[in-house]
Design a protein around this ligand. Sequence first.
Ligand code: ARG
Length: 588
Amino acid sequence: MLTTIEQDLSQLFGQAFEANDLSFDFGATVRCTRPELGDFQCNGAMAAAKQGAGNPFVTAEKVAASLADNDLIKNIEVVRPGFINIFVNEDYLSKKLSRFSEDTSFGAAEDLSKTKVMIDFGGPNVAKSMHVGHLRTAIIGDSLQRIFRFKGYDVVSDAHLGDWGTQMGMLIEGLKKRQPDLPYFDKDFTGPYPEESPVTIQDLETIYPEESGLCKTDDEAAEKARKATLELQNGREGYIALWKHFVAVSIATLKRDYGELGVSFDLWKGESDADPFIPVILKELEEKNISVKDQGALIVPIVDDEGEKIMPPLILRKSDGAVMYGTTDLATLYERVYEDNADIVLYVVDGRQQQHFKQVFAAADLMEMNKRTTYEHTYFGTVNGKDGKPFKTRTGGVMKLHDLIQMAKEEARKKLAASNFGTDFDDEEKEEIAHKVAISTLKFADLRNYRIKDYIFDLEKFSEFEGKTGPYLLMQVARIKSILRKAGEVNAVPGTLQATSDNERALTFKLLEFVTALDKTIDKRAPHFLCEHLYNLAQEFSSFYQKQHILKEADEAKRASLLKLSSICLNQLEVGLELLGIETLERM
Ligand code: ARG
């Protein structure tokens, strides 16, 4: 595996401490926070002094003296009370970058293919079109699946469609009212049922809200919907055939919306797929005395070590026999643990479902699923409007995802025109640019915030070409591409990296921080660390380019080296953006 500069230096300084009869661990070196003092620093002499090693300044001097002539080091300084500041050698630095840049993952990937990570995200519902509430799970979940896969994990993503609850009964009853003669409702019908769907997604989107509204006020309608749901779940053939149409019609629309966002799933399983596991878990919960009867319902009490109730119980079955969202989730987890053999299951689901997952996970712990698998609610905050309340349309309605994307595109077109970007391109390219800028706007604005925080949706700000935005990064990528293109026109191409000059130093160090940023992202399941890295990298390139006129450089070997550095930077930006699910542009 490639070693980082920190690792090389820590090794070197560790050995130097050891040579002075002190622990190897004191050699740990870290990046210097003040670049004028050094690139790296080692504070081990002070730590050693605390453990009785004597005057830290003397220790530091001894260690420093023994390493002064080392090839890795350009200059070493000891500062009272015992800091060791290190400037690394330019040649070593460029070789290091060279090696990392030859690796397709910049040194980040490992063989983790034996660790299976299942990522549950998206969670769209049948018959309901996606709205702004589905934005974050799609963006964060997709980015995490890309990042975990890149790192080397065996990743399986699942959309976990909401396809099994009472809303299904409502749709069945709603359709029966409108088209009572369909064969699906005729118990004597022997089939086969028609292959063509009796409903479109528009039909479903009209029927569902009407029926759901009705069921809130009309007990008889609610009872009918509940019964139809139960019949469906018990396998009534006509209902199953009808339900399959509902699901297929919905998935087609969902795939269109996710496709627009550039988000995909390995599995399109749904809540219904957990159904066969429900009797299995109910049996185990009963046998292990985990579930109890409570006023006709079946529940799992959630208690602490002292037996005190710490939150409402997980309801497995209501007194009318209906199973709940939590039951389905527990059964799904059971399948993921015992059938899919997942090592880690991440639920990228809204933070407002925290209690739900605490209940499900507490029950799973009691069943000892945690002995085999780690499960986490990788939750996120709410997208708010400027009034601080969940984001709505101007008229106060729920904002559809499709409309939101159109809005972002409209804003992108406006900003592109105002900045005079691509005004002479043909319409097709203009449209592609607007689309990619829009998607980068939405995704970067979401991912750059720590996921558990709420954020305020401000399309105007998010789509600026200045500041920490997706469009800014796309512009920087296009800019480097244009530099390389212009160089190509005069036959100047990237060559071998030369020893790093002062102008290139900061950019080189930034490029070498990729692995750290990626690992932190994985560790915290939080892509904002990667966003931060990419933004800083783009800025570092800008200041490098300002100081260093690449195309005017007369020395050919030097120019080839500068172009190489630029192309490495371009490559890392593109790889990084792809991990965020953001597509780049050739020019703009
Ligand atoms: N369909 C659910 C909803 O719209 C989200 C599902 C999230 N995943 C899960 N395993 N519960 O709220």
